[in-house]
Design a binder for this molecule. Structure first.
Ligand SMILES: [Zn+2]
Length: 241
């Protein structure tokens, strides 16, 4: 496991659902905002299909509020919701277009998404929206730098942005890099706990955010030589890597 690069100033996290970043990456985000870096969140959906007892219209506002609070806890004050439909995202041009527009507006050095491999390791299946979003992210980062792709977006001063150096997929079973999250682990836990209505709605008996995050972070930390860590699969956005 290699140390992840921290020589950058701004990151954009693009994930399918509220809670996706909190199930692992948020402690790393807290570390980076603590270093004075800018991290912004973009949620492709509002997770409105995520709570069985709430209709999507009831659920959307609850989950957006929980996400904004959980972002605040780790030093993130920009949270955007693209409003695409939860549960039925499709990998393809419309999703690439939506993500490319966000990349062009924020002009990040690094784009962070969720694991988009078929599983989380072993036989634990990943979820369709995560897979679609991660794959579309990789493409959208390239699209964002090409003025002839989604050219209709380039109005009112919006320019192409080809400055994303790497895309990172958090929690991938093929992770290559990690960051020490020992000092910010607790803020990661608080940020997951902020998804109260969602966690309650899962109906998992005795779910403890701290215990859940610690078991994954401990394994990653062992690979890095720290108490806790968060892992990422790194995709360089150029040739020669
Ligand atoms: Zn999710």
């Amino acid at each position: 496991m290699q140390l992840i690069n921290e020589d950058w100033q701004s990151a954009l996290c693009v994930v399918a659902h509220p809670d996706d970043l909190e199930f692992g990456a948020a402690a790393a985000v807290a570390r980076w905002t603590g270093q004075g870096k800018t991290v912004r969140y973009c949620m492709v959906t509002s997770g409105e299909a995520g709570i069985d007892a709430l209709t999507p219209d009831e659920c959307r506002a609850v989950r957006e509020a929980e996400q904004i609070e959980s972002a605040r806890i780790v030093g993130v004050d920009t949270v955007e919701f693209l409003g695409l439909p939860d549960g039925v995202l499709e990998y393809g041009v419309p999703l690439r277009r939506a993500i490319a527009a966000v990349v062009r507006r924020h002009r990040p050095d690094i784009v962070i998404t969720n694991n988009f491999r078929a599983t989380w390791g072993g036989r634990n299946l990943n979820q369709a929206d995560h897979i679609a979003t991660g794959m579309a992210c990789l493409d959208a980062v390239r699209d964002a730098g090409n003025r002839w792709i989604f050219a209709e977006q380039l109005v009112d001063g919006l320019e192409p942005w080809g400055g994303v150096r790497e895309v990172w997929a958090a929690g991938s079973p093929d992770s290559t890099h990690a960051v020490d999250t020992t000092a910010t682990f607790d803020r990661g836990v608080a940020s997951l706990a902020a998804h109260r209505a969602y966690i309650d709605g899962l109906g998992w008996d005795h779910f403890d955010p701290e215990e859940f995050l610690a078991s994954a972070a401990r394994g990653a930390g062992a690979a890095l030589g720290t108490t806790y860590a968060t892992t990422f699969e790194v995709f360089p956005m150029g040739w020669g890597a």
